[in-house]
Each structure stands twice: as structure tokens, then as C-alpha cells.
Design a protein around this ligand. Structure first.
Ligand code: SF4
Length: 358
């Protein structure tokens, strides 16, 4: 029954991606560079696309940003989403510039303005996300038992405007809070009430590992219950980190299978090789690689070989070298400096084979 919650949602076309229904959970992030800096944003699009990001959102703060959108849309291999607050004119310009979707915050757009935006979105057949965050609700208090009501009251009012204007088939919803538990409860209720696809996220989670942990405490149970059609892991960090976090989460839950898995041991007093250096180099390498395979980098010959043998390619550290295992079979012993070059070649082969299988 739970998986039906995801698959029973409407299918919304976002350029060449389909959001909703039984389609795969899409990965998205947001540029942290002003949209008017066109070249920087085009380079970012390119890098994120190669990493496996599906959707990129850009803020539209002023006329310069709105003008820049069409150039970025033209160059991007990924669908671009425009993020608009307050201004109907910027929302309309963003739609006219060819973005695949816009995100509006109903807490700061007047009803009549929203109607005009819907009218233009209809002409261009552009999807709209209603994104409600705790920060945009005047009446919201995190631990207030009525907090959920504030969200659903604003959401229902906004959905009604879309329905009255016969344009709710291209809607996507987000109900984010800084509180992971409230976020979980909001999405769980929304998944049971509406058929609109859900964009999952916890808002303003913090930096790096801390933000990832707070996000996962809400997103893991939701995704396991079959809720959510796209995710963003919001971090005080680069968009690349956000995308890597999404890839890792969805791969761990078995919801995506085209990204390699890298496992490594925490190291301990037995370690005599630089595991951390090699792991960072391999992580950078596989960030742009596709394939359903596993690489294991372990620090010692005591516990290392067991895990290394279970991977498609595994390493177990010795004194200043690594024992290599390929699909469980013992391979060469290589000095630390040679191990990365060897891994690079093997990862290229595994990636190609993975693509042939698909
Ligand atoms: S694999 Fe070896 S080096 Fe790594 S944590 Fe375990 S015992 Fe320590």
C-alpha cells in the first residue's frame, strides 16, 4: 500500500523528466551563485549534470536574473527551475524564458498575481511547485500543535486557486520545516491527502554532516514508506555536496542504481596506509562515473579482506601497499602510489560494463 503513495501521484513533465507516478525519485539542488552570472551557472549546470543531478533551481531576484535565464536554459542539459518570491512579473518573465518549472511561495504572492502567473504558465505548459517553508508562515511556531494547520490552510487556499483556474494537473508540492519530525508528519499527511507529486526536503538543516543527518532523519522514513518523488538535501555547502548526498541516500535505499558505491573503513591503530587520501581521490573520480558497482577501501589485512572480497573491486591495506581483490579473487599487491592508477582503470571498465548491461 505504501509504495502506492508514490506511484499514485500525478505525472508532471519537467522538460525531458517525468516527476511523479512510478518514475524514479529525482535528484535536485539549487545554485548558490547569482543567476545573472551566466557563465558560472552554465559551468555549474554542466558539472551537476555529469554528476547525475536531474533538476537545477535558480533564484530570480531581479530583471538581470530573469534575462540571464534564457541563456542558461539554452545551454543546460538539465531542466531549469526558477525560484520566485514576491514578484508576478519575474515569475512571468521566467516562464517566458523557457524554464521547465517555477517554484512560488504562496506566502508572499497575492491571489490576483498568482492568477496571472497561472494564466501564463498554462500557455507555456510549465509546471509549478507550491513551496511552503516554515519561514514564510507568520503564524507558525515549530512545536505548536497547530503548526500543521498553518501549512495545510495556506496549501489548500493555494491549490483552490489552481483548481479554479483549471491548472492543478501540473502542480508539485513541498512542505518544509526546519524541524525534521514536523517535516515527516507534514509530508506523510500530504501523501495521504493529495495526488500531487511531492518534493521532499528539510529546510535550513545546517552544514555538511550535521545537515545530512537532520535531513535523513525525516527523508529516510518517508522514502521507505514510498513517499516522495524528488528530493533536495539542503546543506550550507556546495550544490555538488547536495547532489552527492542525494545520490548516496537514494542508492543506499535502493531507489537509484546508476551510481557506484564507495565504502571505506574508519581506520584505526592497525592502519599503516593513507586510506583517507585514497578515498577522497576515488570519491572525486566516481562522482562523475555511472555504474551499479561497489568499491571498498579498507585499512588493514585483518578485517579488510573480508569486506574487500565482497566488492567488485576491493583494497586492503598492508604496510605501505594494498592487496587488491577483484570480485572476490586475489589480485596484485600494489604500492600506495600505484593503487589509485590501478583503481582508475578498473573503475572505467566497471562503468562501461554496467552501461552495457543496462
Ligand atoms: S578494517 Fe582494519 S584498519 Fe580498518 S577499521 Fe577495521 S580493523 Fe581498523
Amino acid at each position: 500500500m505504501e509504495n502506492n503513495l508514490r506511484s499514485r501521484t500525478n505525472k508532471v513533465k519537467i522538460k525531458d523528466k517525468i516527476l511523479g507516478g512510478s518514475n524514479q525519485v529525482l535528484i535536485q539542488t539549487m545554485s548558490k551563485t547569482k543567476t545573472s552570472l551566466i557563465d558560472e551557472n552554465i559551468a555549474l549546470c554542466d558539472d551537476l549534470y555529469k554528476r547525475g543531478c536531474d533538476l537545477l533551481r535558480l533564484s530570480v531576484l531581479d530583471e538581470e536574473d530573469a534575462k540571464a535565464l534564457s541563456y542558461i536554459v539554452d545551454q543546460s542539459k538539465m531542466p531549469i527551475i526558477a525560484d520566485i518570491h514576491f514578484s508576478k512579473n519575474l515569475a512571468i518573465k521566467a516562464i517566458e524564458s523557457g524554464v521547465a518549472k517555477i517554484r512560488i511561495n504562496p506566502g508572499n504572492m497575492k491571489k490576483d498575481d498568482l492568477k496571472e502567473v497561472i494564466h501564463v504558465a498554462k500557455i507555456y505548459n510549465v509546471a509549478i511547485r507550491i513551496g511552503i517553508n516554515s519561514g514564510c508562515l507568520d503564524t507558525y511556531r515549530e512545536k505548536d500543535p497547530k503548526a500543521m494547520n498553518s501549512y495545510f490552510s495556506l496549501l489548500d487556499q493555494t491549490i483552490n486557486i489552481f483548481k479554479e483556474n483549471d491548472y492543478d494537473q501540473n502542480l508539485v508540492l513541498a512542505l518544509k520545516s526546519t524541524d525534521p519530525e514536523l517535516t515527516y508528519n507534514l509530508y506523510r499527511s500530504a501523501a495521504n491527502i493529495y495526488k500531487y507529486p511531492l518534493h521532499l526536503g528539510v529546510t535550513e538543516t545546517g552544514y555538511g554532516i550535521m545537515g545530512m543527518a537532520r535531513t535523513c532523519s525525516a527523508l529516510v522514513p518517508l522514502l521507505k514508506e514510498g513517499i516522495g518523488n524528488t528530493i533536495r538535501i539542503t546543506l550550507t555547502d556546495s550544490p555538488q555536496e547536495e547532489v552527492e548526498a542525494c545520490k548516496s541516500l537514494l542508492t543506499s535505499l535502493g531507489l537509484r542504481n546508476e551510481f557506484p558505491t564507495l565504502i571505506s573503513c574508519p581506520t584505526c591503530g592497525r592502519t599503516k596506509v593513507d586510506v583517507s587520501l585514497l578515498v577522497r581521490k576515488v570519491q572525486d573520480l566516481i562522482a562523475h562515473t555511472r555504474g551499479d558497482f561497489k568499491v571498498a577501501i579498507m585499512g588493514c589485512p585483518v578485517n579488510g579482506p573480508g569486506e574487500a572480497k565482497n566488492a567488485d573491486i576491493g583494497l586492503a591495506g598492508l604496510n605501505d601497499s594494498f592487496m587488491i581483490f577483484e570480485k572476490g579473487e586475489k589480485g596484485p599487491i600494489l604500492k600506495e602510489e600505484e593503487a589509485f592508477t590501478y583503481l582508475k582503470k578498473k573503475i572505467a571498465i566497471l562503468s562501461k560494463r554496467s552501461h552495457i548491461v543496462k
